[in-house]
Design a protein around this ligand. Structure first.
Ligand code: FAD
Ligand code: FES
Length: 323
C-alpha cells in the first residue's frame, strides 16, 4: 500500500483508492464535483512522487508541467506528497451584474470579472461560491462581443450550488471564476464545413455560444442546432433561435420534445432527439459535431455519429457529468 502525505499528515492509501477518496475518507476538505475526471474541480499538485498519466488527462500542458493532477482520477502507484494548488493564481474575482429567469428552472447569470478573462464561447469554467464549493458552467457569451460572462444555470432539486444561486446570490455579489478549459468551441479556418450542434437542457448554453461565434465569424456552411427538452418549457431560447433561423439562411433550428404540450409552437417536433438527428444528418462524414448536456445522451450521440461515418476527431463533447 502507498503512503500519501497531505498537510504534514501521512495517510495510507487503500489498494485501488484515489487520492480524493483517501483524503475525503480521512476528513480532509478537498473540492470535488463529478468524481469522474471531467470537471477539474479536484485539481491538486504533487510536490513529491510520480503522477500517474491517467490523472492528468485533459489538463493543459502548463498544468502538467507543474505536476497538477486530478485527485479523483489519481490512484497512486508510488508514495506521494500532495497539496492544493495556489488557486488564487487560477481564479478571477467577479461581480454578479444580472440574474434573469429564462424559464421556470433556468437562470441566466451574468458576471463581470475584475481582470479580463481569455476564453472561447463554449468552453467551461468552474464557478466558486467559496474555497470548497465549485461547479462547472459553460460559457454562452462571446469574448469579443459581450462585456460580461454569460451562463445558463439549471436549478437542480437539493443542489448545493444551484440552490445557492437561486435563493441567495444577488446582483452585486462577488464570486470566483476559475480559468476556462475544454475544446468545445468554434474554430475558424473552414467556413464552409457543415456543423451540427446537439444538446439537451442547459447543454444549449455552450452550443448557443458556438452558434453565435460561427455566425459572427461569417460561417457559410450549414449549421443545424438540435435542442431537446422534456416538454416545450425546456426549450428556453425557442423564440430567439426561431428568429435567428428566420434571418440566417444557413442556420437550421430543430427544437424537439419528449412530450407535446397543447398549443406549443408549430416548429417543435415531438420525437426522440437521436432519431431526429440521424434522420436530418444521415451522413455526418466531414461534418463537425458538438454534443453537450446529459451524459447518457452525449455518449449515445457520440456512438451514433461515429457509426454513421464521422471521424472521432470531428466530434467535440461536453457531457455535464455529476456524481
Ligand atoms: C463540463 C461541464 C459543464 C457544465 N455546464 C453546465 C451549464 O452550462 N449549465 C448547467 O446548468 N449545468 C452545467 N453543468 C452541471 C453543473 O456543473 C452542476 O453539476 C449542476 O449545476 C448541479 O450542481 P449542484 O451543486 O446544484 O448540485 P449537487 O449538489 O452537486 O447535486 C445535488 C443532487 O442532484 C444530482 N445532480 C447533480 N447534477 C445533476 C444534473 N445535471 N441532472 C440531474 N441530477 C443532478 C446529484 O447527483 C445530487 O443527487 C456542467 C457540468 C460539467 C461537467
Ligand atoms: S475531475 Fe475530479 S471531481 Fe471532477
Amino acid at each position: 500500500m502507498t503512503q500519501l502525505k497531505y498537510k504534514d499528515t501521512v495517510y495510507t492509501v487503500p489498494d485501488g483508492s484515489s487520492v480524493l477518496d483517501t483524503l475525503l475518507d480521512n476528513g480532509e476538505d478537498i473540492p470535488n464535483s463529478c468524481r469522474a475526471g471531467a470537471c477539474q474541480t479536484c485539481l491538486m499538485q504533487a510536490t513529491h512522487g510520480k503522477v500517474p498519466a491517467a490523472a492528468q488527462n485533459g489538463l493543459k500542458d502548463t498544468h502538467k508541467a507543474k505536476n497538477f493532477f486530478l485527485a479523483c482520477s489519481c490512484v497512486p502507484q508510488d508514495d506521494m506528497e500532495v497539496c492544493l494548488p495556489d488557486v488564487e493564481k487560477l481564479k478571477f474575482a467577479a461581480t454578479v451584474t444580472e440574474k434573469n429567469k429564462l424559464s421556470d428552472n433556468v437562470i441566466e447569470l451574468k458576471l463581470k470579472t475584475d481582470e479580463p478573462l481569455k476564453y472561447y464561447a463554449g468552453q467551461f469554467v468552474t464557478l466558486w461560491r467559496d474555497d470548497v464549493l465549485g461547479r462547472n458552467y459553460s460559457l454562452a457569451s462571446l469574448p469579443h462581443v459581450d462585456d460580461e460572462l454569460i451562463f445558463h444555470i439549471r436549478l437542480i432539486e437539493n443542489g448545493q450550488f444551484t440552490g445557492w444561486v437561486a435563493d441567495e446570490l444577488k446582483v452585486g455579489d462577488r464570486l470566483h471564476v476559475q480559468e476556462p478549459v475544454g475544446d468545445c468551441f468554434y474554430t475558424q479556418g473552414n467556413p464552409e464545413q457543415s456543423i451540427q450542434l446537439i444538446g439537451t437542457g442547459t447543454g444549449l448554453a455552450p452550443l448557443f455560444g458556438i452558434l453565435r461565434d460561427a455566425l459572427q465569424s461569417g460561417h457559410t456552411g450549414e449549421i443545424h442546432l438540435f435542442h431537446g427538452g422534456l416538454d416545450a418549457s425546456g426549450l428556453y431560447l425557442h423564440d430567439m433561435l426561431t428568429h435567428l433561423a428566420e434571418h440566417n439562411s444557413n442556420f437550421y433550428y430543430h427544437p424537439c420534445v419528449v412530450h407535446a404540450n397543447e398549443g406549443m409552437a408549430s416548429n417543435i417536433i415531438e420525437a426522440d432527439l437521436l432519431e431526429i438527428v440521424s434522420q436530418t444528418v444521415s451522413s455526418p462524414a466531414g461534418w463537425k459535431s458538438y454534443l453537450c448536456g446529459d451524459p447518457e445522451i452525449v455518449k449515445k450521440l457520440r456512438k451514433q455519429i461515429f457509426m454513421a461515418g464521422s471521424s472521432m476527431n470531428d466530434i467535440y463533447s461536453d457531457p455535464f457529468v455529476y456524481s
